[in-house]
Design a protein around this ligand. Structure first.
Ligand code: ADP
Ligand code: MG
Length: 252
C-alpha cells in the first residue's frame, strides 16, 4: 500500500500549471504542470540540468516564473502582491547544503525562525523544537553545534528547522546527495517517517529505491519538460518513454 493510500488524499496543496521559466533566452522549464495533494509524496527524478531545482525554487517563489501559474495552499505564487513570508511559512525547503548557523546549537537553530521571524513565544517554541529534534532522532544532540554533528545529523537538524515553521508542504532538493551511505539512510528514514505521518512532500532525488518505496507518484524531467509521470510500480516497472528507459538503465 502506498503512503497516499494510508491517508485520505486531501485537496491540492501545490498546483503547477503550464509553467515556463527562462533565464535570458534559455528555457529551463517548458510547459510544466503537476498537482500534489495533501498527504502525497512525490519524487522528481531526472538528469542534471533538467530543471528540477528551478521548479522547486519557483514553487517557493525564490525565482519568478515566466509564464503559467503556481498555487500553493490556495496562494497564487506569481501574484505580484504575494505575501512571501506567508508562502515560505507554508513551504519548507531543504537543500543539499544544510546552511545551519555554525555558532548556534542544534536546538537554537531549530528555534530561531519561529522566534525571530514569527515572533512566537520562546518557551513554546523551545518545547516544540525539542519535540522536533526527537522526531528526527536527535534528542541527545540539542546542545551540539553543527561542527560537532555528522552530515546526516546536520541535515536532520535542517529538516527539524524547516518543520518548526509548521509548513503545509516540504520540498527536498537532493538532500542526501552529499552524504555517505550510512548517514544518507538516517535522513531517508526521517523523510519516510514524515511522509508516513501524512506530511505532503516533494523530493528531487537520485535515490531510486526510496522513490520506489515511498513515492505515491514519480515525475521524470528531462530538458525542462516532464517526460513522463506515473505511480512508482508502473514508472519503474514499465516506463513508457525511451528517454525514461535510457535514464533508468543508467541509474538502476
Ligand atoms: P537540476 O536541478 O535538474 O540539475 P537546475 O534547475 O539547477 O537543474 O538547472 C536547470 C538549468 O538552468 C541548468 O542548465 C542551469 O545551468 C540553468 N540555471 C539554473 N539557475 C540559473 C540562473 N539563475 N541563471 C541562469 N541559468 C540558470
Ligand atoms: Mg538541482
Amino acid at each position: 500500500m502506498t503512503m497516499a493510500a494510508r491517508h485520505e488524499l486531501g485537496e491540492p496543496v501545490v498546483v503547477v500549471e503550464g509553467v515556463e521559466k527562462a533565464f535570458g533566452a534559455f528555457m529551463v522549464l517548458k510547459d510544466v504542470s503537476l498537482t500534489i495533494r495533501r498527504g502525497e509524496t512525490v519524487c522528481i527524478i531526472g538528469p542534471s540540468g533538467s530543471g528540477k531545482s528551478t521548479l522547486l525554487r519557483c514553487i517557493n517563489a525564490l525565482v519568478p516564473i515566466s509564464k503559467g501559474s503556481i498555487t500553493v495552499a490556495g496562494r497564487q505564487v506569481n501574484d505580484p502582491a504575494l505575501d512571501k513570508l506567508a508562502l515560505r511559512r507554508d513551504v519548507g525547503i531543504v537543500f543539499q547544503q544544510y546552511n545551519l548557523f555554525p555558532h548556534k546549537t542544534a536546538l537554537q537553530n531549530v528555534m530561531m525562525a519561529p522566534i525571530h521571524v514569527l515572533k512566537q513565544d520562546p518557551a513554546e517554541v523551545g518545547e516544540r523544537a525539542r519535540h522536533l529534534l526527537a522526531k528526527v532522532g536527535l534528542s541527545h544532540k540539542h546542545d551540539a553545534y553543527p561542527g560537532e554533528l555528522s552530515g546526516g545529523q546536520q541535515q536532520r537538524v535542517a529538516i527539524a528547522r524547516s518543520l518548526a515553521m509548521n509548513p503545509k508542504v516540504m520540498l527536498f532538493d537532493e538532500v542526501t546527495a552529499a552524504l555517505d551511505p550510512e548517514t544518507k539512510k538516517e535522513v531517508l528514514v526521517t523523510i519516510r517517517d514524515l511522509a508516513a505521518e501524512g506530511m505532503t512532500c516533494i523530493l528531487v532525488t537520485h535515490e531510486m529505491g526510496f522513490a520506489r518505496e515511498v513515492a505515491d507518484h514519480v515525475y521524470f524531467t528531462d530538458g525542462g519538460v516532464i517526460v513522463e509521470h506515473a505511480a512508482p510500480a508502473e514508472f519503474f516497472g514499465a516506463p513508457r518513454e525511451t528517454r525514461t528507459r535510457a535514464f533508468l538503465e543508467q541509474v538502476l
